[in-house]
Design a protein around this ligand. Structure first.
Ligand SMILES: Cc1ncc(COP(=O)(O)O)c(C=O)c1O
Length: 319
């Protein structure tokens, strides 16, 4: 490619604008959504940021890189780690930013848009900024119940993150977006690397957004595979299965006799890769996250988990 990429991602922003009902001035593109987390922190330099735990680890790194301090909001295991607006609101006076991942990674838990709007409205009162990460929202059934993208028209203290790497399967190409007021978007645009999104990623983004057929097929495929996978996982003794909302399933494995690290290693020896969640804050050694794949791969994982769990629980040993 002999020319530099379009620094403004003109076509792509126009396409996303049509999809989400936004003006191009309300959109900035990133080399993955992750770049935009770092850009926002660099721009706003928040001193204290409220982050629920567990959640996606890059938020904390972004805050620390911008010399800010993280205020943890430990989510309650007894409430399946759901994020309660009331608890977030209680902490708002002590922070200048809050981050909400919806659906949350790794739990898959969703928060209703009314709850998030409560947080945003209260945050506006206390002078706090709200970043809502909707990286997995394309997989969600009834996204209109959960997404707050349209609220960027209403609240100046809101930024919504969007990723194309997950639903469109292009994590190696890197493509993400942030939606906000023209003011915040122009601030982020001014400090970004001018050619942060390469030509191939821009092209892939435009083509992907036009491909309604892919979108419909993928949603149906994931929904069907997820349903069958969830039902099969529920039958495995010793597992607590969190109801999946997206293309991964969160599992409490404490009843299997394994720690998450040991279970990950045992599955890896059988050629099956799962996410050991022990590196997430507030989770300990009891959780793994597994991807929803094609039905045959899902069945392979279910069989391996069934065999491993049966072996351990029969011996009553905790590895
Ligand atoms: C919640 C969440 N947000 C953002 C990202 C980053 O997405 P991207 O690949 O677009 O940088 C991830 C990646 O795993 C994620 O889990």
């Amino acid at each position: 490619m002999v020319n530099y990429p379009d620094p403004n991602c003109t076509e792509l922003r126009a396409a996303l604008g049509r999809k989400f009902g936004l003006a191009a001035e309300q959109i900035v593109m990133g080399n993955g959504a992750v770049e935009l987390i770092y850009l926002l922190m660099k721009l706003l330099q928040p001193r204290k940021v409220l982050i629920p735990a567990p959640t996606f680890g890059e938020y904390e790194i972004g805050v620390v890189c911008a010399h800010g301090q993280v205020v943890d909001l430990p989510l309650d295991r007894a409430e399946e780690f759901s994020i309660k607006a009331e608890k977030v609101v209680n902490h708002l006076p002590q922070v200048d930013m809050v981050i909400i991942c919806n659906p949350n990674n790794p739990t898959g838990k969703l928060i209703e848009r009314e709850e998030i709007e409560t947080i945003i409205r209260e945050a506006e009162e206390t002078g706090a900024f709200v970043m809502v990460d909707e990286a997995f929202m394309d997989f969600v059934d009834e996204p209109e119940r959960y997404s707050v993208v349209d609220l960027v028209h209403k609240y100046p203290n809101l930024l919504v993150l969007y990723s194309m790497t997950k639903f469109y399967g292009i994590p190696g190409l890197r493509l993400g977006a942030a939606f906000g007021t023209p003011r915040i978007i122009s601030g982020m645009t001014a400090i970004k690397d001018p050619w942060n999104v390469n030509t191939f990623a821009q092209l892939a983004g435009v083509v992907s957004l036009e491909d309604e057929d892919y979108r419909v097929r993928t949603r149906v495929m994931v929904r069907e595979a997820k349903k069958e996978f969830y039902k099969a996982l529920l039958k495995i003794p010793g597992l607590k299965v969190y109801e999946p909302s997206v293309n991964y399933v969160f599992l409490d494995i404490s009843g299997t006799g394994y720690t998450s690290t040991k279970l990950k290693e045992s599955l890896a020896r059988r050629g099956l890769l799962v996410r050991d969640c022990s590196s997430y804050k507030n989770l300990g050694a009891d959780f793994i996250r597994v991807a929803v794949k094609d039905p045959a791969s899902n069945r392979r994982l279910v069989e391996a988990l069934t065999r491993l769990a049966a072996g351990k629980t029969n011996r009553g040993v905790r590895a």
